[in-house]
Ligand binder design. Structure first.
Ligand code: GLN
Length: 482
């Protein structure tokens, strides 16, 4: 596997080959909506620290709902289409100050709503393991770009699983940090109380470095919190930090497909081989969590997306008879069907007289989820559970219906409802498709989750897609593309 030093060399010493090879590979995958590695390389003289910073000159990709100055900010929607961001999100200014270079914007389900990236209005992204299948979503472009070796690291956003699920479908790591750990300033809001920016990467160490540079309080996001607890292991060079003594494995009727069941099993054996004691637990809130999630998420979405009315934000029709028609046509022509459906659902659950039946009930479930997980972390350092009940499904009708996709968010939405960190870890390849399993921990335990993943990789090595065995970095350093 290429180290971040290899990546930095391949990218900065060979910018021409890097750009050519990524463009060629991405004609098959469709990960990027806007790709231009040189746009920001020299854009801010003095901002690149060079030298010793482990992230200096490292290329990275960004989901197209996070603002990167001079790049498009489409949210995968026609309503924003050709909008270009005039400023950097806080995470972007922090990473570029550490010398990292944003090379492009990646495809997503419109406004982050979906699990396949097929809800994008701007094109399809294919899974590098099997081009007939979805990369997962909503951060599908970011996960596909990392899995195909186009970048070592990519940012996504996770409101109900959108970093972890595509990471699992593409066989890479995906970290959803504690709520507030990464500033949301510059992230286009879908459901503000649930979402975090997250990091998708080819290895835990680079995710850790990226998290370290991007995390921390931000006066522009009043929900932001302090950095992770504990000592950074990789940079300190002390690899023998302690592993958790006991991990809880979610048990009960999980209704997993065959490959996912096999991956979950193998994951557990690998954890035991590390010397961690495992015990099975059941959670009473798993089944209701997903309903609470969709009630809260759509309610918040209906409010957050009200700003796209053609007046302040949003592409509007060339001519409209009156202001009502302007707003109506902006929204009905600009939003895709999934987004329209969710705005309607969110408006419905917030309707006067219905709040107690839906929204307030969902908030009570949310509290119950939080209490149940807090109680669990009194006894265990880790909770292990599947990310999604299936492996990557085919595009279109042969795949899961929109309703089945929503039910399948039952494992990922728990961490969002409880504001806790969770990491999707590759757990092997079954019938040609990767399975990912998530490790969840108490608030601000990101470093422990990443260290656990790093140790686990010695027992359960990460595999790469057959057609993309070598990253762009490997290929350049082997002399290709010169
Ligand atoms: N699949 C979930 C949804 O459709 C998750 C989305 C997300 O995390 N942005 O809402």
């Amino acid at each position: 596997m290429s180290s971040s030093t290899d990546w930095k060399r391949a990218f900065s010493d060979y910018p021409g080959p890097y750009e050519r090879l990524v463009r060629a590979a991405d004609t098959e995958i469709g990960a990027f909506l806007d790709f231009d590695p040189s746009r920001r390389t020299n854009a801010a003289p003095g901002s690149v620290s060079g030298g010793d910073d482990p992230l200096a000159d490292l290329p990275f990709a960004v989901k197209d709902n996070i603002a990167v100055r001079d790049f498009q900010l489409s949210c995968g929607s026609k309503i924003l289409g050709d909008h270009v961001a005039p400023y950097d999100a806080t995470v972007i200014s922090r990473l570029t100050a550490a010398g990292m270079v944003p090379v492009g914007k990646t495809n997503l389900d419109e406004f982050g709503m979906g699990s396949s990236t097929d809800n994008s209005a701007l094109g399809q992204t294919h899974n590098p393991w099997d081009l007939t299948r979805v990369p997962g979503g909503s951060s599908g472009g970011s996960a596909a770009a990392v899995a195909a070796g186009l970048v070592p690291i990519a940012l996504g956003s996770d409101t109900g699983g959108s970093v972890r699920q595509p990471a699992a479908f593409c066989g890479v790591y995906g970290l959803k940090p504690t709520y507030g750990m990464l500033s949301r300033y510059g992230l286009v809001a879908y459901a503000s109380s649930l979402e975090t920016i997250g990091i998708i990467g080819a290895d835990p160490a680079t995710i850790e470095e990226t998290l370290h540079s991007a995390a921390g309080m931000d006066e522009r996001d009043q929900t932001s919190i302090a950095s992770p607890r504990g000592v950074r292991v990789h940079s300190a060079g002390t690899s023998e930090t302690s592993l958790p003594a006991r991990a809880a494995f979610l048990a009960g009727d999980l209704d997993l497909d065959e490959p996912t069941r096999a991956g979950y099993q193998r994951f557990r054996s690998a954890v035991e081989e590390l010397g961690v004691a495992t015990e099975e637990v059941e959670l009473s809130t798993t089944e209701v969590a997903v309903s609470a999630y969709y009630t809260i998420a759509t309610a918040e979405a209906s409010a957050n997306l009200a700003r796209f009315n053609g007046v302040r934000y949003g592409n509007r029709p060339i001519y409209a008879e009156n202001p009502e028609e302007l707003v109506r046509r902006t929204r009905s022509e600009g939003f895709g069907p999934e987004v329209l459906m969710r705005i309607l659902l969110g408006t419905y659950v917030l309707r006067s007289g219905f709040q107690e039946q839906y929204y307030q009930r969902a908030q009570k479930i949310r509290t119950a989820v939080r209490n149940e997980l807090d109680a669990l972390f009194e006894h265990y350092e880790l909770l292990i559970l599947p990310v999604f009940p299936t492996v990557a499904f085919p595009h279109g009708d042969a795949g899961l219906s929109p309703f089945q996709q929503k039910l399948a968010d039952r494992f990922t939405t728990l961490a969002n409802l409880a504001a806790l960190p969770a990491l999707s870890i590759p757990a092997g390849v079954y019938g040609g498709l990767p399975v990912g399993i998530q490790a969840m921990g108490p608030a601000r335990s990101e470093l422990q989750l990443l260290e656990f993943a790093r140790r686990l990789a010695t027992k359960l090595p990460v595999e790469h897609p057959p057609e993309y065995q070598e990253s762009i970095c490997d290929r350049i350093l082997a002399g290709e593309g010169a």
